[in-house]
Design a binder for this molecule. Structure first.
Ligand code: GUN
Length: 283
């Protein structure tokens, strides 16, 4: 494997976590202990793993974390009451509701209830609205993590043709806005896009957040493209990205591995956002 082609999310995220740890140490000297509360409803196995990883990152950088594991039978009122109590608690700086929620719960209403200043996911409509307008705000972790990775490899996206596959509120939509803000030319593709291959094969940067293992093959990419893989697909206990890594790496100029790519960046940016939120509340 050509190591030079890898964008090492693990190494980049570790550097970022060291920066966060420094900021936490500075806050602690000022008698502020940053704290992130995570709400996890139900027993989705992937969500449990993600939340565990988030909590252990908190431990690593010195952020207090509290995970509220609620049963899948939790009602909307119970969920919103917990959010309200965390909003009111000045020792809590960040609140994250792990998604997806069980079907009977209203995700939009729950996210609306989180104080925008504690919204470390950047999913509240105040933060989404600010992002849309190009204003300073708490930005969604995966999207900002991807931009950080490109920054780390000194890739200037201004004027580049970037194709994003996936239009979710969590990744695709905010990422497209952030890329536009950085002067990229952006196309967003999705499950109903026709002739996907004709679009992906012209992208300077191709970002996939589809959730299908090895969905993008070498014949769908441009030679020399930068490939960013947001997919985390578990098959027989092993993780695969959306790109067919082995065939794509030889044609691409850069590629993010799975695991050890975007996923690590998401968590590092969550830690950064918790510090951003903490500082917002101190103002
Ligand atoms: N589910 C998948 N990704 C995310 C994320 O970034 N934040 C939350 N809250 N839930 C998710």
């Amino acid at each position: 494997m050509n190591q030079n082609k890898l964008i090492d999310g693990k190494a980049i995220s570790e550097q970022l976590l060291l920066q966060v740890k420094d900021e936490v140490d500075t806050l602690k000297k000022q008698s502020v202990q940053p704290c992130l509360s995570v709400i996890l409803v139900g027993d989705d196995a992937a969500s449990h793993t993600y939340v565990k990883n988030k909590a252990s990152a908190c431990t690593k950088v010195g952020i207090n974390s509290k995970v509220f594991q609620l049963p899948s039978t939790t009602s909307q009122v119970e969920l919103e009451d917990l959010i309200a109590s965390l909003n009111a608690n000045s020792n809590v700086h960040g609140i994250l509701v792990q998604l997806p929620l069980p079907k009977h719960l209203d995700e939009e209403q729950a996210l609306l209830k989180i104080s925008a200043e504690k919204d470390v996911d950047g999913f509240h409509i105040i933060n989404s609205g600010k992002l849309f307008r190009g204003l300073e705000c708490i930005q969604p972790c995966t999207a900002v993590g991807i931009l950080k990775m490109l920054e780390y490899i000194d890739y200037d996206i201004a004027g580049k043709y970037v194709v994003v596959i996936g239009r979710s509120n969590i990744v695709g939509k905010p990422l497209a806005l952030m890329l536009l803000q950085k002067n990229a030319t952006v196309t967003v593709c999705h499950s109903k896009t026709q002739n996907l291959e004709s679009i992906t094969s012209t992208a300077d940067v191709l970002i996939s957040a589809v959730g299908k293992p090895k969905f993008i093959t070498a014949d769908m990419i441009k030679a020399g493209a930068v490939l960013i893989d947001v997919g985390i697909n578990r098959v027989d206990g092993k993780l695969y990205g959306d790109f067919d890594f082995d065939s794509c790496i030889s044609k691409a100029s850069k590629i993010t591995p799975v695991p050890g790519g975007v996923g690590k960046m998401t968590i590092a940016m969550l830690m950064m956002n918790t510090i951003v939120a903490c500082n917002l509340q101190r103002k």
